[in-house]
Design a protein around this ligand. Sequence first.
Ligand code: ATP
Ligand code: FE
Length: 360
Amino acid sequence: LVVLGIETSCDDTAAAIVRSNGDILSQVVSSQADLLARYGGVAPKMAEGAHMQVIDQVVQDALENANLTERDLSAVAVTIGPGLSLCLRVGVQKARKIAGSHNLPIVGVHHMEAHALVARLIEKDLQFPFMALLISGGHNLLILARDLGHYIQLGTTIDDAIGEAYDKTAKWLGLDMRRSGGPAIEELAREGDAKAVKFSTPMKQHKDCNFSYAGLKTQVRLAIESRNINAEIPISSASSEDRSSRADIAASFQRVAVLHLEERCERAIEWALKIEPSIKHLVVSGGVASNQYVRAQLDQVVKKKSLQLVCPPPSLCTDNGVMVAWTGLEHFCMGRYDPPPPANEPEDYVVCLKILIAYG
Ligand code: ATP
Ligand code: FE
């Protein structure tokens, strides 16, 4: 089986083709980095326009790079949420058009499930049940994956996700926003002293597995203001003293942001092992899981609990089409998909694909 996966939930237009044995035949991502830098965030209408401009080319490149045509596909998988509805619609319409023209089944994919399940493509030993920490721009989820489509949510953010905190910190520190804030902070933090600024760890008094990053964001903003750091002066033009002060904030922020993840994961693992003693893995995925410091710290937590960490490579942690194609394949193989849409369906047809997951 060969499945095309399409992802347009936020600011990346991505497509990939994956075979049921796990071979990745092609992977294409077109990012809206320039738009992001110009507007300091994702503007839905603008992002929709950008997706519409490139979607045909991205899918065509994915097919050509795999030496395939639409006719060779077994099914089309597409992200149907969560995400920006205007953006999701671009991907769904493209997927339905291809599926309708070639009488192909279509699989609607949950974006966060795809972030988690792509780990099963790269780690063939990863069986259910397993735990997953999904950390990205909009989500901070700790789940117990009991079976395909059956997830128990152990924790979520009560305000912001960690990726949002990375992005804002990067913006306030005057880092280069032509790429997302996370990698810029990770790099700058290597120069800094992680103990230089005393930030307090969120939710110490809450003995649950939820997350909060809004308070840490405020602490960071106040620290930046009190040191008179001017985000208008890009870090590349900052004096060496100014630069090292920014690096200390980046490192101190990162230490506490990740410590919060470590504490919640440790508690969640203890709890989950009580109801599912056969758990062997913690998957860490989503954009922030590309971060080497995050991986190293969580690896220590997982080892302490005698589990194994599974982290997809960075290109499969940030938004991509492979995770959508793979998750589509997993559901397709279980017979969960929608029938082919009618050929020549009107472009503005409002679709509602099945959501294939259940939270317990
Ligand atoms: P969601 O999955 O919640 O819908 P998203 O789809 O916008 O969010 P992803 O591509 O999954 O986003 O993740 C993007 C986030 O990951 C951004 O906040 C970005 O700063 C962060 N990120 C990417 N690389 C790194 C890194 N090396 N260190 C820290 N954060 C990172
Ligand atoms: Fe994502």
